[in-house]
Write a protein that binds this ligand. Structure first.
Ligand code: PMP
Length: 772
């Protein structure tokens, strides 16, 4: 093994003559330290310096040629990286060959880098951070370098061979042996298998304080000695250096943290790499006393800087243990921007409920008894803390699927780049506004960003009042539009018994199943619309007038109504004739939910004055906006500026854009149409078996199933609905209850729902109804 070699001795005059003839090198020769090579600094009369390396003859040519090629590779890939340049012989060979007494010594000449070796000095925190960056740059510069030598070479410092050093544990102080054995055992059992999956390449592998030159600013200004390159996991570059730069005079936690942070800022660590780093640092530290023992076993005394490393390695391992593996590991994860490992979910649901009651109020307002403790979402699936997966047929916020990778990547990337507000000119807000305007059409070409559906409706309502000069509003009976005080007035479903709002009148929902007019009436749409005449007249008689009607085109809270043809047009017509505007609340019906069109109002063939968006827009990230006509916005702004701090922030807009991309690229509007129809066919087919199903209706992926005790009397079945939802939960299918009577199944899944999912849902409804 090469560690047991000593530098060669040759006749120095012959060597100088060789240097002059082969390299044209003439000057003053000064010896330098080296573990197995005989090294000199040669200073020419003109003041130029080079490093002349007379290499050990046992060092194979292939390894030296690899070094030479690596330096030339770096010179090409990252020319400003401060590493030595190879100086070729006068006739262009990468290596020279000095022969004496029939022994052939390879020679390598390198440019001299200015600066002192760092040695036992300490780097500042910024210096350690910069060192981390430089290590990452080194890795990048060598990433495309291909050479077989480091993979096949037998190098004692190569961590791949560390288990060969295990016998030398017995030469360590007795009190350190158990610790050393446990470090090696963990390495063999955990780290080596993990490293098999890691990105690997040729790495310098030996960036330590005596191979690192400090520049005049005190930071690392050069990395030398490419003699220990190995082919291994990229993380070794960082781990070896981090181990070697730990000194007794500096907080090791800080050293590791800063180096990882620096490295990560250039080359983001992979999570598996971050998770083995502390273990690898310990192994690196342990290698020094083990190699020292190996050398001593071969009669070679440690000398030079190796002695310094050897003296501090074991105490440093103890120091790391004192700080604690978990703490160091946590620091590495933080430096590499990985979230803390979640504490194992020891809190069972009951404990979590108790804790929640304490800090979030006694009343729970959660679904299911006992409530579901959800820990993960993916596509149309939600996973509970007990590991069970549930088919999500309920949630419309994760519109393109829970945690859609494209959307989460867009959010993460933007969050790591810039997140600010619309007081600055930002690309994302303009891009997103343009996309929304394109989709809106109908002359709605102005966008104002807010953060939620409630805020969007609140703002649209303010704008409508400002533009019309009226103060009265129309909402659907049992509607829901949000939480603000103004919008609570539009949301009688918030408190059906106590709802009062003197300036709002309620419209009769166009319920062709349960309402006064049925589908068999050829004028049904117009008849329901005509029911708006009275409330409009009332508002006018009170002197309030009609500022706006706010309507959800999916009639979701009303039980997902199949509003008859012409109904919404009839309402909008009446509202406009009264001088009012139409606010299309697209929080439920927008973004392709209804399958027939991108917007719910389009499904009904009407053009709004406002589109308000929320929930699905950001797939779970808060995104809200009002899209309106420019003259309405301009009029509103006459009364003063409008600015929402978070509205239109870069991350929200990046999320919004990503959602639009996914809807377009995955053809999800069409999917909602086709899959929704298929789903309703499946549900309707259950009607002959289950008398409880009174009606199956809806459009796209908004489906209502109305449960009745008797099909002719249509007596609602709310208790059965509640029990059915609970049985469906047991079946692993999540569906919600809806409607004034609480007797409607609301099936409103992410619109990536497929036929296969629909089959699962229909079969589950069938089984649950059987069990009911
Ligand atoms: N409008 C409609 C139709 C809604 O369904 C909702 C939320 N369920 C809102 C507005 C309010 O949105 P947010 O909760 O984001 O304020």
């Amino acid at each position: 093994m090469l560690a047991t070699l000593r530098p060669p001795s040759v006749d120095s005059e012959a060597l100088k003559a060789f240097a002059a003839s082969v390299y044209g090198l003439v000057g003053a020769w000064n010896p330098l330290e080296g573990e197995r090579d005989r090294n000199f600094r040669v200073l020419s009369a003109a003041g130029a310096s080079v490093v002349f390396k007379l290499c050990h003859p046992a060092e194979g040519d292939s390894v030296l040629l690899c070094q030479a090629e690596a330096l030339e590779h770096i010179a090409a890939t990252d020319p400003s990286l401060p590493v030595p340049r190879l100086i070729r012989t006068r006739d262009g060979q990468p290596l020279g060959r000095f022969i004496q007494e029939n022994i052939s010594y390879p020679v390598m000449v390198l440019s001299w880098l200015d600066g002192q070796v760092l040695g036992e000095a300490n780097l500042t925190s910024p210096g350690l951070y910069e060192l981390g960056r430089m290590l990452a740059r080194l890795g990048l510069a060598l990433r495309g370098f291909v050479n077989g030598a480091p993979a096949t070479r037998d190098l004692v410092w190569d961590i791949r061979h560390v288990m060969r050093l295990a016998p030398h544990v017995d030469a360590l102080p007795p009190e350190d042996r158990a610790l050393a054995r446990s470090i090696l055992a963990r390495h063999a059992e955990v780290t080596v298998p993990a490293m098999r999956h890691m990105r690997s390449q040729i790495v310098h592998g030996d960036v330590h304080p005596y191979n690192a030159l400090v520049a005049s600013d005190g930071q690392i200004g050069g990395i030398i000695d490419f003699g220990d390159m190995v082919h291994g996991a990229l993380i070794l570059e960082l781990a070896n250096a981090a181990g070697d730069f730990l000194t007794p005079l500096q907080d090791p936690a800080e050293t590791i943290f800063e180096m990882v942070r620096g490295f990560h800022s250039v080359t983001p660590l992979e999570e598996a790499e971050a998770d083995v780093l502390v273990d690898l640092i310990e192994v690196r530290l342990l290698m020094t006393p083990l190699i020292d023992a190996l050398k001593r076993a071969n009669g070679i005394a440690s000398q030079g800087y190796f002695e310094n490393f050897n003296g501090r390695s074991l105490p440093m391992i103890h120091e790391l243990r004192r700080i604690g593996h978990d703490r160091l590991h946590g620091l590495v994860r933080r430096a590499a921007a990985f979230p803390p490992r979640p504490p194992r979910s020891s809190s069972d649901a009951a404990e979590l409920i108790a804790r929640r009651r304490k800090v979030m109020g006694e009343k729970l307002y959660v679904f299911y008894k006992p409530p579901l403790h959800i820990v993960k979402g993916e596509g149309v699936w939600l996973t509970a803390s007990d590991g069970r997966r549930y088919l999500d047929c309920y949630n419309n916020v994760p519109h393109v699927g829970h945690c859609h990778p494209y959307v989460t990547a867009a959010i993460a990337r933007q969050a790591a780049t810039l997140n600010t507000n619309t007081r600055y000119i930002t690309d994302q807000a303009v891009d997103y506004a343009e996309r929304l305007v394109d989709l809106a059409g109908d002359g709605l070409s102005s966008v104002v960003f807010v953060n939620s559906g409630s805020e969007a409706n609140d703002l649209a309502w303010r704008m409508a009042k400002a533009f019309t000069g009226h103060t009265g509003g129309l909402a659907m009976d049992f509607a829901y539009h949000g939480v603000s005080e103004a919008i609570d007035a539009f949301s009688p479903s918030n408190s059906p018994e106590h709802w009062t709002a003197p300036h709002i009148r309620l419209l009769t929902p166009p319920d062709i199943y349960r309402g006064p007019f049925g589908a068999d009436d050829p004028q049904v749409g117009e008849r329901y619309a005509a029911l708006a005449d009275a409330p409009i007249a009332e508002l006018q008689e009170k002197g309030l007038g009609v500022a706006a009607a706010m309507i959800d085109s999916a009639f979701m809270t009303n039980g997902i109504l199949d509003a008859p043809q012409g109904y919404l047009a009839g309402i909008v017509d009446r509202v406009r004739r009264a001088g009012g505007l139409f606010i299309a609340d697209e929080v439920q019906s927008g973004f392709g939910r209804m399958g027939t069109a991108f917007w719910g109002h389009r499904h009904h063939g009407v053009a709004p004055d406002f589109i308000t968006i929320g929930k699905p827009a950001g797939n779970g990230h808060p995104v809200g906006a009002v899209i309106t006509r420019p003259e309405i916005l301009a009029h509103f702004l006459k009364f003063g500026p409008f600015f929402s701090t978070f509205g239109g922030n870069n991350v929200a807009c990046a999320a919004g854009i990503a959602v639009l991309d996914v809807i377009r690229d995955e053809n999800l509007v069409e999917n909602a149409r086709v899959t929704g129809t298929y789903l309703r066919e499946g549900l309707a087919s259950l009607m002959h078996k289950h008398a409880l199903i009174g009606d199956v209706r809806g459009v796209g992926l908004a489906t209502g199933v109305e449960l009745v005790r008797d099909r002719s009397s249509k007596e609602p079945a709310p208790a059965e609905t509640t029990r059915l939802l609970s049985l469906l939960r047991d079946e692993g299918v999540l569906i919600g209850g809806e409607g004034k009577h609480g007797n409607i199944l609301k099936i409103r899944p992410p619109i990536v729902f497929t036929r296969a999912h629909a089959d699962i849902a229909v079969a589950a409804v069938d089984r649950a109804l059987n069990r009911l």
